[in-house]
Design a protein around this ligand. Sequence first.
Ligand code: ATP
Length: 364
Amino acid sequence: MARVVIRNLNKRFDEVQAVKDMNLKISDREFVVLVGPSGCGKTTTLRMVAGLESITSGEILIGDQVVNELPPKDRDIAIVFQNYALYPHMNVYDNMALGLKLRRFDRAEIDARVHAAAEILGIQEHLRRKPRQLSGGQQQRVALGRAIVRHPQVFLFDEPLSNLDAKLRVQMRVEIKKIRARLGATAIYATHDQVEAMTLGDRVVVMKDGVIQQLGEPLELYNAPANRFVAGFIGTPAMNFATVAIADADGALWAHNEGIHIKLPSEVAGGRLRRYVGERVTLGIRPEDLREGSGPDTADLGFDAVVEVIEELGSQILLDVKVGPNMMVAAAEPTVQAKVHDQLRLALNPDRLYFFDGVSQAAI
Ligand code: ATP
């Protein structure tokens, strides 16, 4: 059993509080992704779990053991770094075998483990090559292999795909997903890439300024973001936001500003928004929930928009539009015929409107 438990974890570097009161329970064999913008504390968290960074206060358990004072080599973890950290003068086989040799595994066991890992990663033919004779993706596989041969209880991944070009990154992401089950271990994976987080994680931890913003399954974060930060961070293109005032007109609730004037469906308006009547809140709409449409259903639940920029992506067209003073992005079907300066009617999906408290920005 190798669950990882993080309790009230804090890390302070002089002026900077890199990790604040973090609490996280990762089950045995769970794959958890830490995601957030640069500087949010992902790497520091991983390094504390690995034992490469001291902790200011709190507790880390691997299995049932508190590891705060345990040196990295005794923690039964393996780390895959962004920069591969391969030894250039050693061939692939020796790079993968080194950690086991240092731990005095016998030769037959090392050989079996290296070949098994090479087979999982599809690098059997490259075992005699030096790292410089490999592509970036192949080097990253060797770095993964070096971790896999260790059979650790916990894998730690620190932005392992960041050095790869976009296409390779997608390919390696899929490969990590494929081999995940075969790793048979608990994993903590840090990345700033929300797509990577959503594809790989059983659960995803969104961090900002050292604080966990939300912890949940990928679709939970997408469908029910806890606050405006998570809403804007998860999903591409990012969610649109506009400040609106909530008004009550004969029992119906309306959200309005200069450009937006929508009647809120009663399910939305009931309960949770009623106490905001007379106040400003943040309205959130995902680009994929905006569609071109001028039917009667759009009269109260749509708005007029002027197209400013058109981004043709092939599978979809992104329309950067102006709605009064608000800039928004609509992800339209590729068949939509639109030109810059066109005026469109955009319809909203009534089930997919988000609202955030104007002050705390917590989801309403
Ligand atoms: P990135 O994706 O850029 O690596 P991150 O989310 O991994 O970012 P951390 O590297 O954990 O973030 O850094 C968190 C904060 O702690 C940052 O403000 C960073 O400047 C600070 N920090 C990290 N290491 C040190 C250090 N050794 N000394 C001082 N401050 C540090």
